[in-house]
Design a protein around this ligand. Structure first.
Ligand SMILES: C[S@@+](CC[C@H](N)C(=O)[O-])C[C@H]1O[C@@H](n2cnc3c(N)ncnc32)[C@H](O)[C@@H]1O
Length: 257
């Protein structure tokens, strides 16, 4: 575990009780993910997925990042921490607090940011994508954009179109959860807009997209395990695994475990 991840997890454990989800990963080996204890949603990215951001940030040194979907701040705190160490200047997250106890999650995200000392570069904003993107951005373009809001179709495509005006030719747009309906559709839309997309076999599967051929080669060098044009797969496998976890969450709650 890298120092940023350790800092985020240690601080989060001090601030709130969380439980681990998919400790060995969902679609591929990886994880664990996290949720606030007693709440089914929201679920954070996996620790292995933080490591992907860690490598990406260390190699490409993005100065500005924009994140849709903040929850209790796990990914934004991690990204801001590694960016702060690598010359990053600002991170904005946008969340409409619609999942679980959204207000409490937002308060935890804020405390987490303060606690690990990234509040100088990270601003967590309340608002809905895509409508509130224009009033949330503070830069003309963002080097790194992470789309991890509502996983539905066509919401993810709307998120993509919402951030597109704020992406430069060498920006990297990261999609999370390529196994969920809505994400492959948005990735297909990105390809139509001239992006090349690298699928990374993390716990919930990430897609890194960029329009610049040289930047795409850089991504391939950083993630040799990545695959371009992996093609669409059946959603059934992912949903079955997801259903299994959801059932055990509700059974545990019912029996007070
Ligand atoms: C999967 S969680 C984000 C997890 C976070 N990226 C992490 O790993 O720590 C999804 C979040 O998106 C938020 N959300 C859902 N629809 C949204 C929208 N239209 N605009 C902004 N945020 C949204 C939810 O409130 C929830 O907190």
């Amino acid at each position: 575990m890298d120092a940023s991840l350790l800092r985020v997890i240690t601080a989060l454990n001090r601030i709130a009780e969380t439980s681990l989800v998919w400790p060995q990963g969902l679609m591929n080996p990886g994880g664990p993910h996290r949720r606030l204890k007693g709440h089914h949603y929201p679920i954070s990215i996996g620790e292995d997925e933080c490591a992907v951001f860690g490598k990406l940030v260390a190699a490409l040194r993005p100065e500005q990042a924009f994140i849709i979907g903040n929850a209790f701040g796990f990914s934004s705190a991690y990204i801001a921490d590694v960016m702060q160490k690598n010359g990053g200047k600002s991170v904005i997250s946008l969340d409409n607090q619609s999942e679980g106890d959204g207000q409490r999650a937002a308060a935890i995200a804020q405390e987490l940011s303060l606690s690990i000392g990234v509040d100088g570069i990270l601003k967590n904003k309340k608002g809905s994508s895509p409508d509130d993107i224009a009033k949330s951005v503070e830069e003309k373009t963002y080097d790194l954009i992470f789309i991890d809001g509502l996983h539905r179709h066509p919401q993810v495509t709307k998120d993509f179109h919402g951030v597109l005006p704020y992406s430069g030719p060498r920006s990297v747009i990261v999609f999370h959860d390529s196994w969920i309906v809505g994400v492959p559709e948005a990735v297909a839309e990105a390809k139509k807009a001239g992006f090349r997309c690298l699928w990374i076999p993390t716990s919930c599967e990430m897609i890194l997209a960029t329009r610049d051929p040289a930047r795409f080669d850089e991504l391939r060098a950083i993630f040799p395990e990545g695959v371009e044009d992996r093609g669409r797969r059946s959603y059934v496998y992912g949903y079955l695994l997801y259903l299994q976890e959801t059932t055990s969450f509700h059974l545990n709650r019912l029996f007070g475990r």
